[in-house]
Design a protein. Structure first.
Length: 350
């Protein structure tokens, strides 16, 4: 498939698929999921072409002060071997991926109180330096103060990823130890204000949620005018209070991806590792439903094994080269190809 001109698309020119009105999209979501998925796929290809952008993911700390009810890294889970990567380990991993052409990195972790602003800032500037300023650095370290986000932005961070998890305030507070959803949204607004490219998103199928919650989540993504949206199926972890809950179907996560793609045609959307863990073809299903990004793990396998947000996480042993080989075959089966470039946020100028 020919690459459309992204610049043209960003100017609102060119032939991307016309947007449908909201009520019709919701009807398709409820009644004709296959049509919604086909539409989302067409919207995605008309704007992003056949590119699947690669973001190298490094899980820099699994220490977390929070006790989110869904997450295997929650502080009450004493069975986790906790680690924090030092700058040398981070740089070694980033450099290897950079040398193979990767230009976009995500540094993720728990809300690790020991990772003070100056330490994270030092990591960010070291990564920017080691990649000669040519790579984009995204952080995903949860809620921090505005001053902290500013310090990290000043150190060179380009992007921030932080899901709102659910748009239902009651569910949010009950799963996040009483934290209010407004606090998370306020933090997202701070990030936007400070000039970060902004990523957020949600899990599908959290206990008590309905299709209406998924629809409200999708509309919240548009309201927040996100540059990136990550959607993953909830997978119950045995060492959490949600052990024994049902978890999400792949179909729901796929449909949610399609709805968000139709609402936010320009956003970058990963086919998430959680989708690939729930269903062997989960990521392919997301690339065929509007996703245009993949985030392979570039850390060592020992680290990956200690970063189990949910059980059954895939790709724990594969090294980086094997991962890239496997992924290029997987995207090719969807009529797409890997693209290692920085791929900045794409916004339609109005
Ligand atoms: N501490 C940061 C980032 C790490 S958690 C934060 O919370 O924002 C990254 C994401 O993993 C979370 O946003 C959540 O959506 C997802 N996650 C956690 N537990 C999960 C589970 N059991 N199933 C699926 N996704 C999960
Ligand atoms: Fe910590 Fe994030 Fe897991 Fe919550 S979801 S326990 S903040 S790592």
């Amino acid at each position: 498939m020919a690459m459309p001109s992204l610049e043209k698309a960003a100017r609102g020119e060119g032939s991307f698929v016309a947007e449908k009105d909201d009520a019709e999209l919701v009807r398709l979501f409820r009644e004709e999921p296959d049509s919604l998925i086909a539409l989302a796929d067409a919207v995605c290809r008309s704007i992003h072409g056949d590119a699947v952008y690669v973001r190298g993911l490094l899980e820099i700390t699994n220490r977390c002060a929070r006790d989110c009810a869904y997450c295997g890294l929650r502080s009450s889970n004493r069975g986790v071997h906790r680690y924090r990567m030092d700058v040398d380990e981070i740089l070694e991993r980033v450099k290897r991926a950079f040398d193979s052409g990767m230009r976009s990195f995500v540094l993720q972790g728990g809300e690790d109180g020991y990772l003070k602003d100056d330490e994270v800032a030092a990591i960010v500037s070291a990564v920017k330096g080691a990649t000669r300023g040519e790579a984009a650095v995204a952080l995903s370290l949860g809620v921090r103060t505005r001053a902290s986000y500013k310090a990290l932005r000043d150190a060179g961070a380009d992007r921030y990823l932080m899901r709102f998890e659910t748009s239902d305030p009651t569910t949010y507070a009950s799963l996040k130890g009483g934290e209010r959803l407004e606090r998370r949204i306020e933090a997202l607004m701070d990030l936007r204000d400070l000039g970060y490219e902004l990523g957020s998103g949600f899990m599908t199928g959290l206990p008590g949620e309905t299709e209406d919650t998924v629809i409200a989540n999708a509309f919240l993504c548009r309201e927040l005018d996100l540059d990136m949206v990550g959607i993953g199926p909830f997978i119950p972890h045995p060492e959490t209070p949600l052990n024994g809950e049902q978890g999400s179907s792949m179909e729901l996560a796929e449909r949610a991806t399609a709805l968000v793609r139709c609402l936010l045609p320009f956003a970058h959307m990963p086919a998430t590792t959680a989708a690939g863990s729930l269903d062997p073809r989960g990521r392919e299903r997301m690339w065929m439903a509007g996703a245009n990004v993949v985030m392979p793990n570039i850390g060592g396998s020992d680290r990956r094994k200690d970063y189990l947000l949910y059980p059954g996480k895939i790709c724990l042993d594969e090294d980086f080269t094997t991962c890239m080989g496997c992924l290029s075959l997987r995207v090719a089966a969807c009529g797409k190809r890997l693209d290692l470039s920085k791929a900045p946020a794409l916004r339609r100028k109005t």
